[in-house]
Design a protein around this ligand. Structure first.
Ligand SMILES: Cc1ncc(COP(=O)(O)O)c(C=O)c1O
Length: 413
């Protein structure tokens, strides 16, 4: 359970900075230096390193005049339509099923939206009676912040090797589900890269309908996969052919797909009422996609070539990881995304050693998860991130290979 707002001070990257403060970074290995790495290597942050697609450069200039106008709070029609077209194409959705105005809300990145949706959907009450917000554990931090600021209580569901990193929402006690107003789902999962199968997604949606809570599905890594595209919750809703989209809010972004985390552009796809509710909330206190950014985003959602090129890079990095850690028991194959979630023993200790001995920065897994107590029994539940480190495979393969070999060396494998 979230104890209160004080918990939010513990942002993972601040904790990492504290952990490494005052420690001298080690020298990169000769193989890393031969690959051009002479400074410490950041493998802690999920920031694509391959640069934005060059073809958006001109459109920012051409849209210069738009800096002089406030953008519309629910995005431009052209951007919303480009998003609908992209979703229809990728997921073979029935034409007309998604309405650009009714169901799509462009956002300046999805981080803020994932936080704000809790404010829109959770009706907070006094502590003790607080509604539950289900959160996978480990988790992307805005989920936890959303629960806290909305006056809810986070209930953390472990994603571990024991359950294939797929939290068991359906196994929760009905007493918890009855008090649940919102459930966050991360698919593909950050940090472990698990992809939810179709049956799992169907079951989740069933659960949300039966207990009437909102399913917030973070599909940030939807387009970073080595072979099979992950199934979107939008496909599940469309296959049902009913009004189940009303129970769902799906978030996707250009940040990883198009290597433009600095552009700040993504969207929410949801039922009409929730879309309106979010537009209302954002109009009062949120932010909009800026005009030139919107024009660039349209081009990016229309193009698949650069996305395939990015995928090829991550595919190669994942193959290198599988090769380097073949035979290492702490390695779990990644189904999607670009993170390696490696079991290493004491995660803080290993991150410190890696920094001091190899000049490589990774994130201790415990910073992404938290210990909890069972809401019904009060029984202590351990932090499932402990013992893992998250390694972002965002560098070119020529750098990834020697860096992973150095990590393997330090692990003794
Ligand atoms: C799981 C997950 N969701 C959402 C985001 C945020 O994406 P955006 O850049 O669109 O805010 C991230 C960014 O790292 C992420 O890892």
């Amino acid at each position: 359970m979230i104890a209160g707002r004080a918990l939010l001070k513990d942002y993972p990257f601040y904790r990492l900075n504290r952990l490494l403060a005052g420690l001298q970074a080690g020298t990169p290995s000769p193989a890393m230096q031969a690959a051009g790495i002479h400074e410490p290597l950041m493998m802690s942050l999920g920031e694509p390193q391959n640069g934005p697609p060059a073809f958006i450069r001109g459109i920012i200039d051409q849209s210069f005049d738009l800096w002089g106008r406030y953008p519309p709070s629910n995005g431009s029609v052209a951007l919303r339509q480009a998003i609908v077209d992209n979703l229809n194409r990728r997921y073979h959705l029935p034409t007309g099923w998604l309405g650009e105005r009714q169901n799509i809300l462009p956002m300046p990145g999805i981080r803020e939206g994932l936080f704000l949706i809790a404010l829109a959907a959770v009706e907070g009450v006094e502590a003790g009676e607080a509604p539950y917000v289900l959160i996978p554990n480990p988790f992307y931090q805005p989920y936890g912040a959303g629960a806290v600021y909305a006056g809810g209580r986070g209930v953390f569901l472990s994603a571990s090797p024991a359950n294939g990193f797929l939290p068991d929402y359906a196994g929760l006690d009905p007493a918890i589900l009855r008090r649940t107003q919102l459930a966050y789902v991360c698919n593909p999962g950050n940090p472990h890269g698990a992809v939810a199968p179709r049956a799992y997604l169907h079951q989740l949606l069933e659960l949300a309908i039966r207990y009437n809570f909102l399913l917030v599905v973070d599909e940030c890594y939807a387009e970073i996969y080595p072979d099979q595209p992950p199934i979107s919750m939008l496909q599940i809703c469309a296959e049902r052919g009913d009004d189940s989209l009303n129970q769902v809010a799906v978030f996707q972004t250009l940040s990883k797909r198009s290597s433009v985390p600095g552009l700040r552009s993504g969207f929410m796809a949801a039922g009409e009422l929730m879309t309106q509710e979010m537009v209302r909330l954002i109009s009062h206190g949120g932010n909009y996609v800026q005009g030139p950014v919107s024009e660039a985003s349209i081009l990016l959602w229309q193009d698949e070539g650069h996305v395939e090129a990015n995928r090829a890079l991550y595919r190669e990095n994942l193959a290198i990881a599988a090769e380097v850690f073949a035979g290492y028991g702490g390695f779990h194959p990644v189904q999607a995304g670009f993170f390696l979630w490696l079991a290493v023993g004491d995660d803080e200790d290993f991150a410190r050693r890696l920094w001091q001995e190899a000049g490589i920065k990774v994130l201790p897994g415990r910073y992404l998860g938290r210990s909890d107590s069972d809401p019904l029994t009060g029984q202590d539940l351990p932090n499932p991130g402990e013992g893992f480190v998250r390694i972002a495979l965002v560098h070119p393969p020529s750098i990834t290979r020697p860096a992973l070999h150095r990590i393997a060396e330090l692990l003794g494998c």
